[in-house]
Write a protein that binds this ligand. Sequence first.
Ligand code: PMP
Length: 326
Amino acid sequence: MQYAKNILETIGNTPLVKLNKLTEDLPCLVLSKYETFNPGNSTKDRMALKMIEDAEADGRLKPGGTIIEGTSGNTGMGLALAAIVKGYKCIFVISDKQSNEKMDILRAVGAEVVVCPTDVEPSDPRSYYSVSKRLGAETPNSWYVNQYDNPSNAAAHYESTGPEIWKQTDGKITHFVVGVGTGGTISGVGKYLKEQNPDIKIWGIDTYGSVFKKYHETGIFDEKEIYPYVTEGIGEDILPENVDFSIIDGFTKVTDKDAAVYTQKLAKEEGMFLGNSAGAAIKGVLQLKEHFTKDDVVVVLFHDHGSRYVGKMFNNDWMRKMGYIE
Ligand code: PMP
C-alpha cells in the first residue's frame, strides 16, 4: 500500500506546468511551479511546517502551546494544518483588506482569527504587526512565529522548493520569477539556484505601494513609495529580514488592475484557477520579455489557489466596481 502517514507528508513535490496561450509572444519556454497542489493550497505549507519543526527542535514551541502569527491567510493555513496534526492551538492576526474567504478558511481549520485595520502605520498599536507581537507577549505558553524575520521561512524554500525546480528542469532553468512578500520564497529558492548556477537570474514581482523595487535599486527606504494597494500577498511597507536583496537581480512592479485581470486570464485561458499573486507574477513575466531569449527556461512560481478570491478577482461586480473591467 502507498499512503502518507498524515497530511503533512504530502507537502511539496508539486508539478511544473507549461504556460501556453498567455506566453505565446515570448521567445522562451515558461514553466509554472504550481504550488496550489500543496495540501493547504499554497507554497506556505512548506515554510509553515519548517518554522514549526525548527521551533520544536530548539524549545521555542512547547507541547500544547499556542502558535501566534500575523498572516495574510496562506501561512495561517499551513500553520493550522501542522498544528492540528501536532496538537497546538492557533491565533492568527489578519488585516481587514484580506478576503473574507481567507478568514473563513482559517476558522474552518480551527484557528482563532483577529482582524486589524490595514491603513495604519506598522508601528501603530492597532496594526497587525503590533497586535500579533502583543498577543505573543500576553498569551501563556505561546510562540510568535514572525514569518518576516524567521530564517526557517527562507530555509524551507532553500531545502525543498529550490532543489525541486533545479531537478525538474534538469538544471536548464535560466530565470526564476516570483512575487515577494516576506521574501522567503525568492530568497530560499534564489540562493539554492544561484549556488547551482550563478548565471541564473532571479526576478521579484513587486506592487505599486510597496518599498522593494526602489530599495533594491537605490538602497533608499522611501516612505513615499508606501500607499494602500489591492493586490494580496506581495509587496510590503517594511523590509523583512527574509528578503535577501543580494541574490535578487531586479524587481518589476505590476499594477493592481493588471494583477486582477491576469488572474482571470490564467483561469480562462490556461485552466489555471489561481490566486491574485499568480496574476501579478505572470504579468510580471510578460513585462520582462526583453530579458528573455529563445533558449531560456523561465520558471514562475504560483503561490496559491483561486478559491480564496471568488468574492474579488473572480467576481465581475467587484471587478467593475474597482474599474478593472468595463
Ligand atoms: N503570494 C501569496 C498569495 C502569498 O500569500 C505570499 C506570502 N505573503 C506571497 C505571494 C509572497 O511569498 P513570500 O512571503 O515567500 O515572499
